[in-house]
Design a protein. Sequence first.
Lengths: 380, 445, 515
Amino acid sequence: MNNQTSTDDRPHRWILQTWNLQPVLIPLYAILLAFIVGGVLIALIGVNPFEAYWALLRGMFGTPDRIAGSIARSVPFIGSALALAFAFRAGLFNIGAEGQLLVGGLAAGWAGTWAFMYDTPGIIAIPIVIVAGFVGGALWGGIPGALRATTGAHEVITTIMLNSIALFGTRWLINSTDPKILRDTSASVPRTKEISETARLPQLVDSQPPLHMGLFLMLGLCLVVAFILKRTTFGFETITVGTNPHAARYAGVNVNRIIILAMVLAGGFAGLAAASEVAGTNYFFQPGTFAFIGFDGIAIALLARTNPIAIIPAALLWGSLLSGAPLMQQEADVSIDVVRVIQAMVLLFVAADAIVRWVFHVRDGTESHLDAPTTGLSSA
Amino acid sequence: MSNETSAPLPGRLVGSGLNKELAQTRGVTRRQVVGGVIGLTGIALLLGVAPNITSDTKAFAFEPPPDALEISFSPVLLISLIGVWYVAAGVMSFLPARFDRLALIGQLVAAALAVPLVLAVGLALSDARATNVTNLLDESLLLATPIALGAMTGLWCERSGIVNIGIEGMMLGSAGVGFTFYAILGNATSTPWLWVAILVAMLTGAALATLHAVLSIKYQINQIVSGVVINLFALGLTGFLRSEVIVPSGNSKGVATSEIEIPLLHRIPVLGETLFSGGPLHFAMYGIVFLTWLVMFRTAWGLRVRSCGENPHAAETLGIRVIVTRYQAVILGGFIAGVAGAWFAMEAQAGFEDNMTNSAGFIALAAMIFGKWTPWGAFGGALLFGFTRALGSRLQFLNVEIGDFGIPSEFFQSLPFLVTMVVVAGALGRAVAPAAEGLPYTPSK
Amino acid sequence: MNTTGAQVPVLEICDVTKTFPGVIANEDVSLTLNKGEIHCLLGENGAGKSTLMNVVFGLYQPNAGSIRVRGTEVSFDGVNDAIAQGIGMVHQHFQLIPVFTVVENVILGDELSKNGLLDIKEARRRIRELEQQYGLNVDPDAMVGDLSVGQQQRVELIKALFRNAEILILDEPTAVLTPGEVDDFFEVVQSLVDQGKSIIFITHKLREVLAVADRITVLRNGRVAGTADPKSATPQSLANLMVGRDVVFQVEKAEAEPGQTLISVNELTVDDDRGVQTVNGFSVEVRAGEIFGVAGVEGNGQREIVEAITGMRRSTSGNVTVLGHDTTKMSPRRITELGVSHVPEDRNKHGLVGSYSVADNLVLNRYYKQPYAIRGVRHAGPVDEEALHLVEQFDIRTPGIHVPVETLSGGNQQKVIIARELTGDVKVLVVAQPTRGLDVGSVEFIHNQIISLRDQGVAVLLVSAELDEILSLSDRIGVLYRGQLAGIYEGKDATREQLGLLMASGATEPEEVAR
C-alpha cells in the first residue's frame, strides 16, 4: 500500500475513504475552478465577485420558485443533450439539435392547433402533441442520417446546414402573412396559435419559466435511453457501430440501418424536448424561444461524457446557471455572458481533468481516460 | 457488460474507410445519381419551365451604370439550350465506364451553367428587365472572404492532424477582442489604432488556437470537445466584452478599413473593379490562400506538417518533432482566423455584434471538406458559398414570383445552405481526410 | 584506436536493458556487429527484437547499458542522432506516407531546398543515382500508396541510403514478400554488403536465417538465449533456442475424409476498394471434412475473396453457394446464420472491438440470440457463463472476462476470435491468416483447433500467406495468383518449390496490391 502521504493529499484521501466520491470530486473541483476564472473576469470590471456570485446563486436557488425555475429551465436541455449523446454513441456528430428542436416544436405546435384537438380529452391530446414533436424532430434528424448512410456526406456539415434551413423554414411558416400559413395573426409576436387547452401539460409550479410535467417526460426519456444503451441489442449494436464500425459489419450489424435509426431517434429526442416546451411552457410555437438550446445541448452532452444519467445533473447545472444569471445582472450589474464563460470553463476543466488534478493535487485514481478519442469511424 | 464504461466521442470529421466498404454493397454509382438528377432537371426545364415563362427579352448587365455593358437574351431560348445540355449530361452519365471522362465534363459544365440558368429563371419570373452580374461577383468575393480565411485556418490545423471545429470561436473571439481595443484605444476612428486592433485580433486568434493546441496535444482531450470549449468561451467572452466594455464606451460603431484600388488594373472593363479593388484584408485573403498553397505543398516545413497529419509515427522515425510542428501549424491557423475576425469587425463594418460570425466558422469547415483539404479547393468552396449567398440576395431583390406566389425571402436566405448540402451530399465523391487527424499521438520513449 | 589486424566492430550493444511500465522488454542484451556482416537477430514475437533495434535507432532510450558505434560510445537523443551516426532502419511496418510520392517520402525530414522551396529535381536525381548503385528500381514520382509491397520496401531502403546509412537494421523484411521478391531482396542485400554496409536482420524465419546469416543471436523473453553459427545450426536447434523447449513442427493429423461439397464458388470477380478488379474468375469447391488451403502472397485478391464469400463485399459477377444456398448477395448476418464462421484477416479491425470486454467479444457473433438476449434485451448472466466456459476451453490468458480485450496479448486476442468462431453450430469455416504475428505456442494450439473442427466434418477454407501453415494444415492446396487459382494440388503432393514458383508465377511480379 502507499505509504507516502503528502500533506496536500490527506484531506482528499479522507474524503475518499469516507465516501466514494472520486467520480464526483473532479467535476466539483472543475466547477470550482471555473467559478474562479469567472470571478477573475468579474473582478476585472470592478465588481466584487462574491457579490456577483451571491446574486447568481440566489437567482439559481434562492427561493422555492427560483429552484423550480432553474429546474424548468434545465428540462429542455436534457432532451437536446440526449439528441447529441445518443448519436455520439453511434459515432455520429449530431450538431443539428437546433434544427431538430425547431422542426419538432413546429410540429408539436401545429398538431396542438388541429381542429379536432380542441374537443379531445387530454389523455389523447397530450400524447398527440408529444408524438408530433418526436416525429418532427425525428424527420429532421433522419435526413442527415440517411445522407450519411447513402452518400457518406458527413453529418457535421449536413446538420449545420439543416439548422439554418430549419431556422429559415420555420420563420417563413410562422411569419408569413400572405399567404397565412401558421401564424396567429392576433398575436403581437410571430407565433402559432395557442394549442388546445386539453393538450397542455399540467403545471407543477408557477415559476419563471413554469415547471411542468415535461420534467418527468425528460427524466423518463433519460432512463429509457440509458436502458437502450446498456441493456438492449439495439443499444449494443449502436455502440459497436460507434466504436468499431468494421467489426460491427463483420458481426452482422446493418451499419446503415443503425446510422439512420440513431439519427432518427436523436432527432426525435430533441423533438420531444421541443414538444415539452410547446405543450408545457409556452402553449404555442415561437422559433426564438429555442435559440441556443441545441448548442448548449452539445456542451452538456460532452460534459456528461455522453452518459444519459449524467446528463441530468449536467443539464441542471447548465440550466440553473442560465436561470440565475439575470439576477446577477440586475443586482450586481454583471453581464449574463459571464455565465457562458463559466460554462465554457466547466466543460474545459471536466474534459481536461488533468488540469484539475494538477491544481488540486489529486492523484490519478480509478478512472481510465474516457476522453482518449476512439477513432470512431477511422479509415483502413 | 462493458458497453457502458467507454463513452466514445467521435474524434474525426470524416470516416472514409467505412464508406468504401458500404459502397461495395450498393449497386449504383455516385456519378449515375448525380447524372440522373441533372438529367431530370433538364427535362423539367424543357417541359415545365421554358414553355411557361415570359417571352420578354431580358439582359445581363456588366459594370454598374452608366457604363453598363448589357447583353440581351431570350430567357426561353437560353433556358431551353441549357435544358438540352442537362438532359445530354444526364444521359452521358449512364454510359459504360469508358465514357467516365465525358460524363464528368458534362456534369461540370452543367454545374457551371447553373449560374446563368438560375439568373435567367429568376429574371424571367420577375418584373425586372436586367440584372447586374458584376455586382453579383463583387458581393460573392466579399462574402467569400471570411469563409476562405476560416478554411485556411482549418487546413493548417487538420493537415497537421488536429481536428478543429473551434474556427467559429477563434473568429468571433478575435473580432470581439480586436474591436474592443479599437473602441477603447482608438475611439473606433483612429487609423493607426485600427491596425493595432487588427494585429490584436490576429494575436487573439493565435491565443485561442494555442489553447486548442494545448488541450488537444498536451492534455489529449477529445479534439471536438476542445473545439466546442473554444466556441463557447469565445461566445461568452465577446458577449461580455460587448456589454461591459464596448457599449459603455460609446464607440460601438466606427470607421472601417478603407478600400484599396490597385492602380491601372482596377480600370480594366467589366472585371477590373471587382477583382482589383477591395479592402486590405480582402486582398490579404488572396495572399493567404496562395501562401498556404505554396508553403504547404512546396516547402520542407509544409511537407513535414502534412506528414504529421498523415502518419506521425513515420514522421517521428525521420526525426521530425511532431508535437512542435503541430503547435506551429495550429497557431499559424489561429493567426489566419484572427484576420477573418478582423475582417468581420473592422472591414466589413466597424463594430461588433453578438455572435456576428454567424456560423461562418462551420461553413469554412464545409468549404475545407468540399475542397478535399486543399487550399485552392477550399477557396472554391468559399466562392461557392459566397456566390450562393449573393445569388440569394439578388433573387430576393428581384422579387421573383411563380405565378402569383411570391417566393419568400427566407427561401433565398437558406439557399446557400441548401446548395452546400446538395454539393456535399451529391457531388463530392470520396473525401479523404488527413489519415491521422483526430488521433491522439504519443511520442515513443 | 584500433591496431592493425583487429577490426573494431561497427556496432556494439552492451548490456542494454529497456523497460516499459509493467514489462521488461530487453534485459542485459549484448550483441556486436562487424563491418560487412549480416547478423541475424532471431526470436519469437514479443521476444524484444524490435524494441532492441528501436533503442539502437534512437526511438527509445535504454534504461541501462550502452551502445558503441565504431568503438565510440554514443548516446542518442532521438532518431536524428542515430541517423547522423550512419544508422538506418527499415521497420517491419513500413513508415511511409501513402499519399506522398516516393521522392517526398524519401526526403521527408532531410529535405533539399532551393530558395526556400523544395528542390524535387535534385532529390529525384540523387534518388536515381542510389537506385542505380544498389539495384533498387522504383519510379520516384509514383505515389507510395500505389506501389506494391516489394516496391514500398525498396523505398524504405532508399530512405536509409539517402541518409548515408552504413549500418542497416532490417526488421522482418521478408514477411510480406513473394518468394520471387524475397530472392530479389537478398540480391539487394548482397549488393549492400558488397559495398561495405553492415546489416542486422531481424526475423523469425529460420530458413532465411540459415541461408544468409554470418552470425546469429537468439532472443527469448527479452534476454539473449544464445548465439549460433549458421554453418552448424539447424532449424530445429534454432527453434529450440527461440522457444526454450522442443518444438513440434508438423501438426499431427489424420487422413481427411471429405464428404459433400459445402462451399462452391464459381467464376467470382470482385473489385477492390479502388474499383480495380482484383479477383478475376475465382472458382473453388470445398467439401465437408476437408481443409482447402489458399496459398499466395497478400495482394492477389485474398481479402476480396474472403469478403465476398462472407458477405462483406459485393462481387461483380459469378456466384457463391454455401450449404446449398446461393449466398452471392446475402448479408453477413444471414450467411453466419447458415452456419458459416469467419476468422478475419485483420483481427483488430474486423474481429474484435478493442474497448469491449473479453466477454462481449466472445459473443460478438451471437449476442442477439437466445439466451444472450431475449426480445432485444440482453442478459449478462448467460453471456458471462459462456465467456467463462470459452476462456477455460481455449486457455485464454486474461485477468478476467470483463477487461477490455485490447489489453490481451496478440495470441490471446486471436484465441478469443478462434473461441468465438469455432464454437457453436459451425458447418463451414472461412479462416484468413489465423496465426499472423503469433508465438509458436499459440500457433500450435490454433492449428490443432482447426484440424479438430475439420475432423468433425466442417468444411474449412484456409487463406494464408505462410506457406508452412498451408502445407501443414491443408488437405488440398490452391495457389492464388492475380485473382485466380493458378493450380490445385493434393496436400501431400505439393512441394514448397512448386508452390513458391506458382505464387510468383514465373518472372513477373504481382503488380496490384490492395491497401
